[in-house]
Design a protein around this ligand. Structure first.
Ligand SMILES: Cc1cc2nc3c(=O)[nH]c(=O)nc-3n(C[C@H](O)[C@H](O)[C@H](O)COP(=O)(O)O)c2cc1C
Length: 345
């Protein structure tokens, strides 16, 4: 059986030399004639251990890190592909104290799956939320999200269900879902981590938002400083379209939804939702006066849901596990960390 060796492709690991580590590992596999393949995963978020290399063994994964290109031959000499002992061995990644204390929901697949493999995504619980959503009415989906207590993760903490209901209740034939992936606050990388490690969860969340509100088109407004996310998201969107998760008939249903990524030009203010809309429309990003709310007159004057990456990426989990169950877990009921910004909708 081919052994999987996981080497992250997210920006943090790449900055720490993951590309050279992967090239060295590929060379060793070839030189030694091993039945092993390299899978480029996302990061589990333990950047002090990156590049963290994991190998699939019969007992589960075994991790090594931080691995430098010069360590690779020695790791193979020590029997890396059987999880052999080495100074850099970290044991089972789930048992590393930082991870052992966590129950991950939205980030559950980060660092575990190949981020651009829809097959891997489904094998780890992906698409269950969308399939459940397709069994409900649009209003039923909105109610599930409302019941979960999900509050916007972009800073203002506005209840997502109320925002969606406002767009749902408009009767315009053209509505939009916009994902705020500007992640402008210094030192924040959680949006990036999810988009690099599990982009399908964001795509699935946007599709569900479209079905719930009657929007058929989505845009991810991505900060220009994330070229690696741009590549990964586009790869995932192409795969989702090829598999019928996006397009004229989402998973064979009566609902149409498609989406694309638009890259900003590097202005902090364009993370503010109405300036973001101006920028998406090709104008200089300037904050609009409210009302009208974007939910009534947003992108190109049409009813628009604007949500942060993690708000949208939480939705498939809510639709999978149920709004009532997710409402009692701390991640949903706790208000999003407050940042001094105007309330938004
Ligand atoms: C100056 C300014 C910058 C902002 N930057 C971001 C940002 O980078 N990412 C983000 O998600 N929200 C940002 N916001 C908040 C958005 O305006 C808006 O509240 C958010 O996109 C709504 O999504 P949510 O309800 O899912 O949180 C910013 C707000 C202000 C006032």
């Amino acid at each position: 059986m081919t052994i999987n060796i996981y080497i992250p492709r997210d920006a943090g690991a790449l900055a720490l030399g993951a590309e050279k580590v992967a090239a060295a590992a590929r060379e060793e596999i070839e030189k030694r004639g091993l039945d092993a393949k390299i899978v480029r995963n996302g990061s589990r978020g333990m950047f002090w251990l990156e590049p963290m290399v994991e190998v699939q063994t019969a007992e589960g994964r075994v991790a090594y890190g931080p691995v430098k290109p010069g360590d690779v031959a020695g790791l193979f000499d020590a029997g890396l592909i059987e999880g052999g002992a080495h100074d850099l061995a970290l044991g089972r990644p789930e048992k590393i104290p930082f991870l052992a204390k966590q129950t991950r929901l939205t980030f559950a697949r980060c660092g575990i799956i190949d981020p651009v493999s829809l097959e891997d995504y489904e094998a780890h619980g992906g698409l269950r939320g969308l399939r459940n959503a397709l069994e409900k009415t649009p209003l039923g989906i909105v109610e599930e999200v409302t019941e979960s207590g999900l509050r916007g993760r972009g800073g203002a903490g506005f209840p997502t269900g109320i925002k969606w209901k406002t767009v749902h209740d408009t009767d315009d034939p053209q509505k939009y879902i916009v994902c705020n992936a500007d992640e402008g606050d210094s030192g924040t990388f959680s949006d990036r981590m999810i988009m690099e490690g599990d982009p399908f969860v964001l795509i699935e969340g946007m599709v569900i938002a479209g079905i719930a509100t009657g929007a058929t088109r989505g845009y991810v407004y991505l900060r220009s400083e994330y070229p690696n996310v741009h590549r990964i998201l586009n790869e995932a969107i192409d795969a989702a379209r090829a598999a019928g998760m996006l397009g004229k008939s989402v998973l064979g249903s009566e609902y149409a939804f498609d989406m694309e990524v638009r890259v900003g030009a590097g202005a902090y203010v364009c993370g503010e939702e109405t300036a973001l809309l101006d920028s998406l429309e090709g104008k200089r990003g300037q904050v609009r006066a409210k009302p009208p709310l974007p939910a009534h007159e947003g992108l190109f004057g049409k009813p628009t849901v604007i949500n942060n990456v993690i708000s949208l990426a939480s939705v498939p989990i809510i639709l999978d596990k149920g709004g009532a169950i997710t409402a009692i877990s701390a991640w949903a009921v706790r208000a999003a960390p407050f940042r001094s910004r105007s309330p938004a909708m």
